[in-house]
Design a protein around this ligand. Structure first.
Ligand SMILES: Cc1cc2nc3c(=O)[nH]c(=O)nc-3n(C[C@H](O)[C@H](O)[C@H](O)COP(=O)(O)OP(=O)(O)OC[C@H]3O[C@@H](n4cnc5c(N)ncnc54)[C@H](O)[C@@H]3O)c2cc1C
Length: 389
């Protein structure tokens, strides 16, 4: 049975200064009222102006080469910055997907022209991306996607529908997984990734509301949408391999353990004010201990990604444990304080609690459900590979 490879990774001490800079910047932003901390704000906090301010400081595209507008600071430096942003509940959604996974995919599979077209804008916090994987009848079983691209003069004509597409109504482009050829025996053949301009004629983007009423994700219907050959990402027919390599970036990051951290910080503050008894302290201590272990695991995966590995199994384990922790944190806080969750309350703790409760159902679904992640791990143990998303 293969062992998990989660070797201890220690962030270099020289990153402490970077952390302090990010904290000071965030404290200023909050004090000036330019941003308001929210739970799960990496998902829902779309604030292009804030993303641009981060871009100006070199805190987006930290893993991109300088030639494409990045800072080459590396993935552990990026980890430090993203942790600080998440811990503060900063609104980072406008650049999150592009910085985390579309940019690295473009670097890995994109043409020189595509890299030059998109990466500098991503690093400036100006160009945003959406993920076009899920479809109305294809979520976990991603290989069954039915959106089709047919060959046309100079490109492809796309028909079909994507669903749960985060930020599609605001983003510039979507990397869509589409069928361009027969599925073959494995069902993994004949899939291709296309970079779809989200302002293309033939696209309809319809909102799907979250429980909070926020417009975060969408149904994207594509009717005869033309995608030029220059916007094929990587190799025609190789989409499955490309998509699965992207998923380690999607699954292992600190956002899979820190979505509800602002709530933990707020409740710790409240308990400190009102005085905590031994039982309260023990509950908070247990959450912090669990969080610390998860953080070390997430760091270990980041270090392997930085070394060019594809730790898909470890990323799946971190996401399964991490997202369950995010939900358990909400539940613990709910039982710890007598605060009515209320999105419109003037009490930040009541707001953070409401945001955490209402966003909670998505934690274990987005990016691949926990059942599927466990299937990925089990299949890898049995046969050295996984099929489902
Ligand atoms: C907040 C949020 C944001 C999202 N953003 C995006 C996005 O930007 N782009 C995108 O492409 N998708 C996005 N998604 C979609 C997400 O990836 C899918 O919801 C997820 O992959 C599950 O697919 P599904 O919803 O079709 O559920 P299904 O695949 O229909 O699954 C339904 C249930 O059955 C279980 N199940 C299914 N197959 C198996 C199996 N083989 N073994 C055991 N159990 C199984 C699942 O675990 C789940 O509980 C988002 C989802 C959420 C909640």
């Amino acid at each position: 049975m293969p062992a998990l490879r989660l070797d201890a990774a220690v962030p270099p001490p020289e990153l402490d200064g970077l952390r302090r800079d990010v904290r000071a910047f965030l404290a200023e932003e909050i004090a000036a009222g330019r941003i308001v901390p929210h739970a799960d704000n990496w998902l829902a906090g779309w604030d292009p102006a804030f993303s641009r301010r981060l871009g100006e400081r070199g805190w987006i595209g930290m893993t991109f080469p300088r030639a494409y507008g990045g800072s080459e600071a590396g993935s552990l430096a990026r980890f430090a910055v993203t942790e600080e942003l998440l811990a503060a509940g900063a609104p980072v959604a406008a650049h999150w997907i592009a910085d985390r996974q579309s940019g690295p995919s473009l670097l890995k599979f994109g043409t020189e022209e595509q890299r030059r077209a998109y990466l500098p804008g991503i690093a400036r916090g100006e160009t945003s991306f959406a993920i076009g994987m899920s479809e109305p009848d294809s979520g976990s079983d991603l290989a069954s996607v039915r959106t089709r691209a047919e060959r046309a003069d100079g490109g492809w004509v796309v028909n079909g529908a994507k669903v749960w597409t985060s930020g599609a109504h605001l983003a510039d482009a979507m990397i869509a997984l589409v069928r361009t050829g027969p599925a073959g025996q494995s069902r993994h053949e004949g899939l291709t990734q296309l970079i779809v301009d989200l302002r293309s004629p033939g696209l309809q983007i319809r909102p799907i509301r979250l429980l909070t009423g926020e417009h975060h994700f969408n149904e994207v219907v594509l009717t005869d949408v033309f995608v030029p050959d220059g916007r094929v990402l990587g190799t025609v027919g190789d989409g499955w391999r490309q998509v699965t390599s992207e998923l380690s970036f999607e699954r292992s990051g600190p956002e899979r353990i820190l979505s509800t951290f602002p709530l933990l910080a707020a409740v710790a503050g409240r308990l400190a004010e009102r005085g905590a008894d031994a039982a309260d302290r023990a509950r908070i201590g247990m959450l912090v201990a669990r969080l610390w272990a998860l953080r070390q695991m997430s760091l270990a995966v980041a270090a392997r990604l930085a070394a060019g590995d594809a730790p898909a199994i470890e990323a799946a384990v971190v996401k399964d444990l991490g997202t369950r922790f995010e939900g358990a944190l909400t539940e613990t806080v709910r039982l710890l304080v007598r605060v009515e969750p209320d999105l419109a309350s003037s009490d930040p703790l009541a707001q953070l609690l409401a945001q955490s409760v209402l966003h909670g159902p998505g934690f274990t679904l987005r990016g691949g459900t926990n059942e599927i992640l466990r299937g990925v791990v089990a299949k890898a143990i049995l046969a050295g590979g996984g099929e489902a998303r």
